[in-house]
Design a protein around this ligand. Sequence first.
Ligand SMILES: NC(=O)CC[C@H](N)C(=O)O
Length: 337
Amino acid sequence: DQAKSQQKLANVVILATGGTIAGAGASAANSATYQAAKLGVDKLIAGVPELADLANVRGEQVMQIASESISNDDLLKLGKRVAELADSKDVDGIVITHGTDTLEETAYFLNLVEKTDKPIVVVGSMRPGTAMSADGMLNLYNAVAVASDKQSRGKGVLVTLNDEIQSGRDVSKSVNIKTEAFKSAWGPMGMVVEGKSYWFRLPAKRHTLNSEFDIKQISSLPQVDIAYGYGNVTDTAYKALAQNGAKALIHAGTGNGSVSSRVVPALQELRKNGVQIIRSSHVNQGGFVLRNAEQPDDKNDWVVAHDLNPQKARILAMVAMTKTQDSKELQRIFWEY
Ligand SMILES: NC(=O)CC[C@H](N)C(=O)O
């Protein structure tokens, strides 16, 4: 009987990468002071016995780090393992446990390069499992619920925190400390309550099966860096990053992605020397940068990131530049993804 009911359940693989969801503090009062990436995936799974009611779950430790230290090579390693599992007939869904600091980058990366309609759910937590009101257990339970649900197929890479199902493209860590940290300018796609998903929206942008990018064809990612706009800014950081080998620079601009008059000449010069210049906005609740507004992008041959925040713009630029060095193609890609 047990064997029969196990057969009916979906097979979900949990790929663990570290973060606070695998963190541990000295006392239950330590909600913010703790070490990330301490617990192994087997302990995470053992900590939520109710996962067995949702799916046949098994775990793999892909890495064990705090997510601010994730490298491009780590992204490729994780992406390639996800693709292998997605190709496997006995895998129905994949959950990735991840630190929250760069969770939005990894989720967007996978959303662009994984050629599958199987659910891929990235999950983290804001408090370590040792803290009072730890959120990791429920977030993981919700992630496995979403990953084992056939309704989650074909919706792009998903993120589950705070009872919400968010699009991996849109969601961003918008607040720290608080458990309602992950928000999207365009709203969540759904809710997950007591192990059941409730859907309200679909993503409009290209992703996964409908993407022109494929992790299996990517062996390295180009260097793309970010420099920040603010009052009294100089062009030092932009020039230094380019000198250090950046193939594209993301301008984390003020407001509409505006660029200080003290930085414009350096960016025009860098573009002439082959560096792609991509204007985004660092406003907190979701930027919206349009071509030729604030700056003459046609004349400068620059690209705009539209609604992508600087860190997501970096991900898309890296992926796009594995295929093209043409600024018009790059701009097309920034509109479509
Ligand atoms: N809440 C978290 O997961 C943050 C912990 C750590 N800085 C990380 O991103 O891995």
